[in-house]
Ligand binder design. Structure first.
Ligand code: URA
Length: 193
């Protein structure tokens, strides 16, 4: 089973490696396809690769990624086993700008195919860019984080703050963005266990 999934994911990955549908395909060093476990119950979608991710080809390996990993572990989960991690676009936008709607749209089929193959129990939309991709551009992250939704094939989805935002908000006091994110991660853990 795992072998079939891995082979199917490899096929999409090689399509991405050849992709020049938008200008990000010209400026990227590496595509950033995924990290984690293709059999995980939790599929997390971030915004876009940054400089560290572009250099390594792995999502969430920079400062924000390290914070995400730490929060996941503090809530009793393991990023490597419990999560399959990807982004709304596979290539780094220059100067870390937010990917445009057009770039996200051109990249979306790759992401939808990853979701179809992985078949997670829950999709975690991490940050506003990711949430907007699935819930529409009108959302306000502070109003919808922690809420649960049903996406396309009835897959459950929830929204958490992006770790880059948490890097600018150090407090861990009750009610703080970091504290709220940990509550959200505990709920996600309960949901899949
Ligand atoms: N931020 C993201 O949204 N994704 C990454 O892969 C890294 C940083």
């Amino acid at each position: 089973m795992l072998k079939v999934k891995e082979e199917e994911l490899e096929k999409i990955k090689s399509e991405c490696n050849n992709c020049k549908k938008c200008s990000l395909g010209i400026t990227r060093t590496n595509i950033v396809f995924s990290d984690g476990n293709p059999n995980a119950k939790i599929l997390l979608i971030g915004e876009a690769p940054g400089a560290d991710e572009d250099a390594t080809g792995t999502p969430f390996v920079g400062r924000a990624g390290k914070l995400l990993t730490k929060l996941i572990e503090e809530c009793g989960m393991l990023r490597k086993n419990d999560f399959y991690i990807c982004n709304t676009v596979k290539c780094r936008p220059p100067e870390n700008r937010v990917p445009t709607d057009e770039e996200k749209e051109l990249c979306k089929n790759y992401l939808l195919n990853q979701i179809k193959i992985v078949q997670p129990k829950v999709i975690v939309l991490c940050g506003a860019t990711s949430a907007k991709s699935f819930l529409g551009n009108k959302i306000k992250i502070s109003q919808i984080r922690g809420q649960w939704y049903k996406l396309f094939n009835n897959i459950d989805a929830t929204v958490i703050f992006h770790p880059s935002y948490l890097l600018r908000n150090h407090s861990e006091a009750e009610g703080s963005p970091r504290w709220l994110t940990k509550q959200d991660l505990y709920k996600i853990k309960d949901f899949v266990s």
